[in-house]
Design a protein around this ligand. Structure first.
Ligand SMILES: [Zn+2]
Length: 297
């Protein structure tokens, strides 16, 4: 009787220990999966799509310039800077965008082990239409799907360097997304065919590389990153009337005030398009549709 009771107690105790260690190891392995994700920081939202499409479940992406904020003027919050200490990779746009010019030195000092990729490496810069005579370059490299293909290739190489064990996974993801970018490029080319040399009027000149790829020209209301002067507005109104332009495109990060004034002077309307939308391919499809409509009204 006595021995049997002790035996049962021992069995119960063993079962409890086994169950406990199973629960412990389950929660522990879940935790380690989260910790295993590669922390990647990007400056702007379209880059988040690029990294997530290649890295899939293996990456955790943080965007520095949040939706609605302006990468030409944005200052990161302290909480965002603290994310930097856990990241393994920072993907810079690398085209001289002001946010990075001002903050990259400080960001890289916060985490010396973090790899930094210049994703504009290999991209041919074009001069900004915003600047008339000097040699300032257009920093909005990402709005061209052809440039995006170059950026995606570099991001893939960085991820493989950090995590070579998953090279095949990243490669398959990258090839699939490159295919989607090529299709996007072909679709936009088809959508805008027949509009070569036509002009679009934008408040902020974010679409230079897109216009280069598809044979359009952008006229910007903003000059040298500044709001237009009354004379500048008068010039744009004259030009728009001469070119029979009826649509003024604005980015959501900017005030519509001047754009609205110009639209009413030319008997046209304001349409919002966003160069910083995270859904990169879908967004470019919508933008090409808006441009096509504007060029054929
Ligand atoms: Zn911009």
């Amino acid at each position: 009787m006595e021995t049997r009771r002790i035996l049962i107690l021992l069995l119960l105790l063993t079962a409890m220990i086994i169950a406990g260690s199973l629960i412990y190891s389950a929660s522990n392995s879940k935790q380690s999966i989260n910790e295993d994700k590669i922390g990647v920081i990007v400056s702007i939202a379209p880059q988040a799509e690029f990294v997530e499409k290649i890295g899939g479940d293996n990456v955790k992406v943080t965007v520095m310039v949040p939706p609605g904020a302006n990468p030409h003027t944005y200052e990161p919050l302290p909480a965002q800077l603290s994310n930097v200490s856990q990241a393994e990779l920072y993907v810079q746009v690398g085209s001289g965008i002001e946010f990075e010019n001002v903050w990259m030195g400080k960001i890289s000092n916060l985490n010396k082990k973090m790899a930094i990729l210049n994703s504009s490496r290999g991209i041919e810069f074009i001069k900004s239409t915003e600047y008339d005579e000097d040699n300032e370059y257009d920093t909005h490299v990402w709005v061209s799907p052809r440039n995006a293909e170059i950026m995606v290739e570099s991001i893939y190489q960085s991820l493989v360097q950090i995590d070579p064990a998953n090279k095949e996974y990243y490669e398959a993801n990258k090839n699939k997304y490159l295919q989607e970018l090529e299709e996007s490029d072909e679709n936009i080319t088809k959508a805008l065919a027949g509009n070569e040399n036509k002009k679009i009027l934008v408040y902020h000149p974010a679409w230079g590389y897109f216009c280069r790829d598809y044979g359009l020209t952008q006229i910007s209301i903003e000059k040298k990153g500044k709001e237009p002067t009354p004379q500048g507005i008068a010039n744009v109104i004259d030009q728009a009337k001469k070119e029979n332009i009826k649509i003024v495109f604005v980015s959501p990060q900017y005030s519509r005030k001047n754009a609205d004034a110009i639209a009413s002077e030319i008997g046209g309307q304001v349409i919002i398009i966003d160069d910083l939308d995270k859904n990169y391919i879908n967004n470019l499809k919508e933008v090409s549709r808006s441009f096509k409509n504007a060029l054929n009204t």
